[in-house]
Design a protein around this ligand. Structure first.
Ligand code: BMA
Length: 821
């Protein structure tokens, strides 16, 4: 029996006499906010004023009632799914636990300390900063942690690194009971853990073994049953003789005619819900359920003409990984509920993504997150939570992180979505390239090797043998250069940090690109949720407080002025920054897809935000899709048509992620900005499965006879059975040189309940048409797109409120890029 302890909580600053109501799970910042003790940490520059919270100790307390019946149970365990971080726990004034790792689950047998009636649970959270500062004073070396300013205590503390500040995140060093606390009452035996091993899968059957860990308090015989929640396979039952303590029981069973789980775009995501029952005679002692998917997943790393491949192969099909990097969806994790996960992960799926990387500076996400990835077919590259630092190597630290790894691998290993375990983010790169090797003693690298080449792979091999462990992102294991293009995964940041032109993306030939990115601002609606009109200047103190990259604004401006004229005002600057970002990543992503199978993955940095900020994200904190996310939906479409300029030629590439070949028609039209078609070529092709090919090529100079290249666009589309499956535009000059004149975009609205269809046409070429509602919020199915004169476009709008077609028509604003200058 499980009983949540989520009621009657209060909290106070240590030393204060005033107790205030608290929410559990929660954290101190949101509790202070609810009690109106602080202003919104995300508003204007409040973050700065709230730094004292992280340097203060806090106490939480609750009184809960224990019934006489509960006291009859043989065991009463208190389970803490997540305490953030240095927590001393007292039950009726007896210390029962000293916790020091946010990522671990803690279980304490408490029968001896409980009484019938009211019991008091009190937890003291010590400031994670103050905890470490005195200890660090005595240390000879201070470990690198550039994002954690000014104290750099984070490498010593097992707490989400991004809480200490990042180049897209605020420094809000929170604490509290961030995951549930519950009581588990059990008698003779209980199921501690369940794990399913897939031994073999054929069309006829899947052979599995259930490995069940059972804790028994005495010697006893019992029965163990494995059954299907929906009768998709026959139950299996065995008798077991339990010994006192921990028992591991294995039970083989089979699923007939198994349906395979596939990543998004490759097939369905059938899931099997399996129940394990532990019984004594007719009495059920305990049950546990897990939902699994049947699939075979490997990372193919074979020597080839380019080095060594890095290809995810699912059920025998090589999968080009399309997606981005995930960071925690809030600085305050208790705000991220299932609906927030669902919205964000559906936004992944809807943008044709099939993989995300849970980046190592955040958290191991909640079960609900991975459950949704299972349902949506999103593969997860899962980092362990170590990022951009070096870490201690003493026994206590290593023991602590070993337990952390065990807890999380056990908790997550049944998810079919998890594709790979990865040791850390950018630490091999940091050691080799960022000057750490020269600055720090070799002992740090030895500590590194112990953790990432011994402990973590051993935990993974012991608990989850079927899944690959990869030491770091990026890594070239077993080769040396961690960020090699020939082997392993790669992070490419010279576009951005080194201000290299976007075209430099096309000179990179990685085997798997796990990070590359470009910043943009959120749009005005979002900015207005944290700033006042007087802050409307990207250099204002408030806007600077929401730009965490030291050179962020400068880089955005520098790149912007290479491609566009100076935007006329603040709102236009925000909008152009999004187009700039989208164009940058489009160029990178299309290149990476074109060069398949040499490269087999594109994960851009980053998908989401943890607060409203200028960042590399493609969806802002409030869930608004930036231009990049709309672009991603197209550049990640299963079939991509990508016109690309090389050596004076324009090559029309078609990239297909489809597993079978199909007939299609490719049409390439040279159109001037007033809509006149000057040249047109249509070809019938057969697109090969899992391929990237050039199907047509043109000499650029041949087009120039048709007119001024500054007012021409090459419009390409591919149709299957008459239906357009992808299109793309190629311009002969950067935007800044184009000769555009103001288009008139007309819109016609059709209502379908609370969703609407907007039919748009334009009399001239319209760049980056931006649809916006001023008063009513909602979701546009497409946005920031170019319009070819004469070709109508249909966009869906899903309104949040109940509105009429007239409301929408009145509220809608349509602008194009030209309006920004
Ligand atoms: C990458 C990430 C993050 C960082 C991002 C942007 O390398 O791993 O650490 O936020 O760059 O600088």
């Amino acid at each position: 029996m499980q009983k949540q302890l989520d009621k009657n909580w209060q909290f106070r600053q240590s030393g204060s006499t005033e107790w205030l109501p608290a929410q559990v799970p929660g954290c101190v910042h949101t509790d202070l906010l609810t009690n109106e003790k602080i202003d919104d940490p995300f508003y204007r520059d409040n973050e700065k004023k709230l730094q004292w919270i992280g340097k203060t100790d806090w106490e939480y307390q609750s009184i809960f009632i224990i019934s006489a019946e509960t006291m009859k149970g043989g065991h009463v365990d208190l389970v803490f799914d997540g305490l953030d971080t240095y927590a001393r726990v007292f039950l009726n004034d007896v210390k029962i636990l000293d916790a020091d790792n946010m990522f671990r689950q803690w279980r304490v047998g408490t029968k001896a300390f409980l009484k019938e009636g009211g019991n008091t649970l009190r937890i003291i959270f010590r400031s994670p900063i103050n905890e470490m500062l005195p200890k660090m004073k005595t240390m000879k070396i201070k470990l690198p942690a550039a994002n954690d300013q000014p104290d750099q205590t984070s490498p010593y503390t097992r707490k989400a690194p991004y809480h200490f500040g990042w180049d897209w995140g605020p420094r809000l060093v929170t604490c509290g009971i961030w995951r549930p606390i519950y009581m588990e009452v059990w008698d003779d035996a209980k199921i501690d853990d369940v794990y399913f091993v897939q031994n073999s899968i054929t069309q006829e059957k899947a052979l599995l073994t259930a490995k069940v860990a059972i804790r028994a308090s005495a010697k006893m015989s019992a029965t163990l049953i494995v059954s299907s929640h929906d009768g998709r396979f026959s139950s299996m039952k065995i008798s077991v003789n339990l010994q006192p303590g921990e028992n591991t029981i294995e039970l083989d069973f089979e699923i007939p005619e198994p349906e395979l789980w596939w990543p998004n775009g490759y097939g369905e995501q059938p899931l099997y819900k399996i129940r394990i029952t532990l019984a004594y005679g007719d009495r059920e002692m305990d049950t546990a359920s897990r939902r699994i998917g049947l699939r075979e997943l490997k990372v193919r790393r074979e020597k080839d003409q380019w080095g060594r491949s890095f290809t995810f192969v699912v059920n025998g099909t090589p999968v080009f990984a399309k997606g981005g990097n995930w960071i925690p969806a809030d600085s305050f994790l208790n705000r991220v509920d299932k609906s927030r996960y669902e919205y964000l992960l559906k936004s992944y799926r809807d943008a044709n993504m099939n993989m995300l990387r849970v980046w190592g500076g955040g958290i191991y996400e909640d079960d609900a997150f991975y459950g949704l990835c299972d349902e949506l077919g999103i593969l997860v590259w899962q980092d362990f939570m170590f990022s951009c630092s070096m870490y201690p190597g003493d026994d206590a630290f290593l023991e602590n992180v070993t337990q952390e790894a065990i807890d999380n691998v056990k908790r997550l290993r049944h998810h079919p979505s998890i594709a790979l375990w990865c040791g850390n983010n950018e630490m091999e790169w940091g050691w080799e390239i960022w000057g750490w090797k020269e600055k720090y003693p070799p002992e740090l690298k030895e500590n590194y090797n112990t953790l990432f080449y011994k402990i973590l792979p051993q935990v993974c091999a012991a608990l989850d043998a079927g899944r690959i462990y990869w030491p770091s992102s990026p890594s070239s294991y077993p080769e040396d250069d961690p960020n090699s293009q020939n082997t392993g995964d790669m992070h490419y940041w010279d576009v951005w940090h080194k201000a290299e032109p976007f075209a430099t993306y096309e000179k990179q030939f990685p085997r798997f690109m796990s990070e590359y990115g470009f910043q943009s601002f959120p749009l005005l609606k979002t900015v207005n949720q944290y700033a006042l009109p007087q802050d409307h200047d990207i250099e204002s103190p408030v806007m600077m407080a929401h730009q965490k990259h030291p050179r962020g604004n400068q880089l955005i401006r520098e790149y912007m002025l290479r491609h566009y004229p100076e935007p006329k005002d603040f709102a236009s600057f925000l909008y152009v920054s999004q187009i700039l970002q989208a164009e940058a990543i489009k160029q990178g992503a299309e290149h990476l897809r074109r060069i398949r199978p040499r490269c087999m993955g594109s994960l851009y940095w980053q998908i989401n935000d943890c607060w409203p900020v200028a960042s590399w994200s493609s969806i802002d904190y409030f869930g608004r899709w930036k231009a990049l996310h709309y672009y991603a939906k197209k550049f990640y479409n299963d079939v991509l048509i990508s016109p690309h300029k090389k050596n004076g030629k324009i090559n029309i590439h078609i990239v297909s992620d489809r597993t079978s070949s199909f007939n299609a028609v490719v049409k390439t039209s040279l159109i001037d900005f007033s809509g006149k078609t000057l040249f047109e070529k249509t070809i019938d092709i057969r697109v090969e499965p899992l391929s990237s090919r050039i199907y047509a090529e043109f000499y650029q100079r041949d087009f120039y006879k048709y007119g001024d290249r500054k007012s021409l666009v090459l419009y390409c589309e591919i149709r299957q059975n008459g239906r357009m499956i992808a299109s793309n535009c190629f311009y002969f000059e950067p935007f800044i040189n184009l000769k555009l004149s103001k288009p008139t975009v007309t819109a016609e609205f059709v209502a379908k309940k609370n969703s609407f269809i907007i039919k748009l046409t334009s009399d001239r070429l319209a760049k980056n048409v931006y649809l916006e509602t001023l008063k009513y919020d909602g979701f546009f199915s497409d946005n920031f797109f170019d319009m070819i004169p004469g070709k109508s476009v249909q966009v869906g709008f899903q309104a949040k409120d109940e509105i009429t077609v007239q409301d929408l028509e009145r509220d809608m604003q349509i602008t194009t890029l030209l309006d920004a200058f």
